[in-house]
Write a new protein. Structure first.
Ligand SMILES: Nc1ncnc2c1ncn2[C@@H]1O[C@H](COP(=O)(O)OP(=O)(O)OP(=O)(O)O)[C@@H](O)[C@H]1O
Ligand SMILES: [Mg+2]
Length: 314
């Protein structure tokens, strides 16, 4: 792991942790946010939630089942968390256009309107986008940003790209007015590689690697800068090249206890090579935390992931 890249990660204000379902987005977003806070940054960790409440995956990393759309301390110094709600963003946006709070809230709380808002896809994304923008722009009285770093545990690929492509779509459709203005404000963050980094999380297996390469293309098509790949759950490889050759010859003759694990190491190496040949992006290897599926070790994973991520930060 000596060739692991380091980069000036924390100069970026926004970190979008992306990837397909189940690859470890939530775990790594939480670990990244925590590692950033440990470096002394004021950090907000967020995920898209919905106003109906429900379980918070990022909250759970910090011992709470639910989070609200208002940032609150998560425990570690400098780290706060909240959910992004489309309805909150829609309300904030409406209020920025028509300054009549109670009326707008009443309207947005109406069942009919809520149904309408979820049926029109861009309205949902507009709400999410605007709430995120408001969180980013929030300032203390002295002008310092409330959060220097915002880490977003993004939804799976399709929904993420729907969000990152929103400004271009709306700017194409609407010539001028408050929506394009908000979209341009958002673009000033999202499409600036000095401000926003997208992290593509994937696993060392062939299909996830192919999907990660597609996601990288998708992000670039929406002009969001993929900063690097978090190649998660790399199995530990205790063998050198000679041992591997000898062992694979032996296992061809007779399968032994542990053949599956050995095979997984081979698959992971092939997948990593495929990834390296498919992209020039820096790849940050994150090793598999052993026995992670047992509930006891689930709690032990986070500090180990955090330490691995912290070693990439400069
Ligand atoms: N490096 C790792 N080693 C071992 N287990 C891991 C590692 N990274 C993640 N996991 C485990 O994998 C599972 C899925 O991780 P996580 O919930 O972070 O993925 P996700 O991409 O957010 O999934 P979802 O699509 O459901 O939101 C969790 O049980 C987590 O503890
Ligand atoms: Mg998740």
């Amino acid at each position: 792991m000596s060739d692991t890249p380091r980069m000036d990660v924390l100069s970026r204000r926004i970190h979008l942790v992306t990837g397909k379902g189940g690859v470890g987005r939530t775990s790594l977003a939480a670990a990244l946010a925590w590692a950033a806070a440990r470096e002394g940054k004021r950090v907000l960790l967020t995920q898209i939630g919905d106003a109906e409440g429900g379980y918070s995956a990022i909250g759970r990393k910090f011992g709470r089942d639910q989070l609200t759309p208002d940032p609150e301390p998560l425990g570690p110094d400098g780290l706060r968390g909240c959910h992004v709600w489309a309805t909150r963003g829609q309300e904030q946006f409406a209020r920025s256009v028509i300054p009549a709070g109670p009326l707008i809230r009443a309207a947005l709380n109406s069942k009919v309107l809520r149904k309408f808002a979820t049926a029109v896809p861009s309205l949902h994304e507009l709400g999410v986008f605007y709430h995120l923008l408001t969180l980013l722009e929030a300032q203390h009285e002295d002008g310092r940003p409330e959060h220097e770093v915002v880490v977003a545990d993004m939804p799976a690929t399709g929904q993420t790209l729907a969000l990152t492509s929103l400004p271009d779509i709306l700017l194409d459709a609407l010539p001028d007015g408050p929506i394009p203005k908000a979209m341009r404000r958002g673009q000033a963050y999202l499409n600036d590689p000095a401000k926003t980094a997208a992290w593509v999380v994937t696993l060392p297996e062939l299909l996830p690697v192919t999907e990660a390469l597609e996601l990288i293309d998708g992000l670039r098509a929406t002009r969001v800068h993929p900063a690097g790949i978090l190649l998660n759950r790399i199995p530990e490889d205790p063998f050198d090249a000679d041992e591997r050759r000898a062992l694979s010859a032996l296992l061809l003759e007779q399968p032994l206890h542990g053949s599956a694990a050995f095979h997984r190491i081979g698959v992971a190496r092939a997948a990593e090579e495929r990834l390296r040949s498919g992209t020039d992006l820096p790849i940050f290897p994150i090793t598999e935390v052993p026995d992670a599926d047992s509930p006891r070790t689930e709690a032990a994973i986070e500090p180990m992931l955090r330490d691995q991520l912290a070693s990439f930060l400069s």
